[in-house]
Write a protein that binds this ligand. Structure first.
Ligand code: ACO
Length: 331
């Protein structure tokens, strides 16, 4: 038996923040951001008090509706995020409460940009083992409250946006459809190339005044290293997943890469020999929504007809950790 994505949905907040809006709060420019990343605008939560689990609710409802399932059919929640509502408990518990699913187990996945693929892999194993029937796999992020809109933090702040995507994963209706292969990797030697130094449980206290003044509670990134690793590892793991599925790249109808940077995606597509019309981009509208980018890309592609029954889809992610992965799906 295979698992399959039975329905996929997404939600982004209504507040649009353009590059010019950011340039009014810190020294940056529309030209710098577009040239280096392809981003034109991103969405931010409209007000204080909206967490990743709130954004996940409408995304999950859309996924369920498209799958023809009810909320009460969900028997497991997997919630991938690097910006959980709170450090604990997990955002999956908050989502379960908001959807009205008392007693349904919930697991948080903390694998950053690759989180959705890690969640999908766990869901696949549980479905094939018969442990659960309808698993909600969510990627949801609120980044706008966690980056620093100053000169010190501008390299990171311009990249990220808020948003959520969700997939309902269950048994595939037939053996020639569903998740054909999925491959994951991690390498902690690059852990500090993109990380949040504090608060940290290894420090007493977890956030000192000195750490606070240094801005250790904002993400720190070595952008050039991230770029280098992403452009090497995404094609590599894509080829692994294709080989395991026994599918040639020429048979891929659509490539839905993680949306970190337009240049990374163009580079990866070129390396794989995929023409531009087979590559999904929405980074210009949403920026990088980390764990949410892949389910948002899948959901929009279903909505606009680029993914339909029988489509063969390749998806790949790379992110902090480092973590990376790729999957081949036949819709
Ligand atoms: N606006 C204007 N100037 C800026 C900004 C900004 N937002 N940020 C940095 N600069 C300045 C720097 O201070 C530097 O100035 P200097 O030359 O006077 O010292 C100059 O721009 C160039 O900075 P670099 O860091 O060398 O710029 P680079 O060409 O490497 O581009 C970028 C930076 C876009 C982050 C690039 O390295 C990149 O895309 N890396 C990948 C990172 C990524 O995708 N992260 C997302 C999370 S991980 C993931 O999802 C895969």
């Amino acid at each position: 038996m295979r698992s399959a994505i039975l329905g996929v949905g997404h939600y982004v907040p209504t507040k649009v923040v353009t590059n010019d809006d950011l340039a009014r709060t810190m020294p940056t420019s529309d030209e710098w951001i577009q040239q280096r990343t392809g981003i034109k605008e991103r969405r931010f939560i409209e007000r204080d008090g909206i967490g990743a689990s709130d954004l996940a609710v409408p995304a999950a409802q859309m996924a369920l509706e498209r799958a023809g399932r009810k909320v009460s059919d969900v028997d497991m929640i997997i919630f991938a995020t690097l910006s959980p509502d709170h450090n604990f408990p997990g955002s999956g518990c908050f989502l379960g409460e908001k959807l009205g699913l008392p007693g349904v187990p919930a697991l948080d996945v903390r694998n950053q940009c690759s989180g959705f693929l890690y969640g999908l892999s766990v869901a696949d194993a549980w479905i094939r083992a018969g442990a659960y029937k309808n698993i909600l796999v969510v990627g949801a992020e609120v980044h706008s409250t966690g980056v620093e809109f100053t000169e010190r933090g501008r390299d990171v702040a311009v990249l990220f946006g808020d948003g959520a995507g969700a997939a309902l994963v269950g048994a595939s209706p037939s053996d020639d459809r569903g998740l054909m292969s999925i491959h994951l990797h991690a390498d902690g030697t690059g852990a500090k190339d993109l990380w949040l130094p504090a608060p940290a449980s290894k420090h007493i206290p977890r956030l000192t005044q000195e750490m606070f003044e240094r801005g250790d509670h904002y993400p720190k990134m070595n952008g050039k290293q991230v770029f280098r690793w992403a452009t090497e590892k995404m094609p590599e793991v894509s080829r692994e997943a294709l080989a395991a599925a026994g599918i040639d790249i020429s048979k891929i109808d659509l490539f839905v890469p993680h949306q970190a940077n337009m240049r990374i995606n163009q580079y990866v597509a070129d390396k794989l020999g995929l023409p531009p019309e087979k590559v999904v981009h929405n980074i210009e509208r949403y920026g990088n929504t980390t764990a949410a980018t892949i389910p948002i890309g899948l959901s929009e592609s279903v909505a606009d007809g680029r993914i339909k029954e029988g489509s063969t889809v390749l998806t790949a992610a790379f992110g902090s950790g480092y973590t990376w992965g790729a999957a081949v799906l036949r819709w």
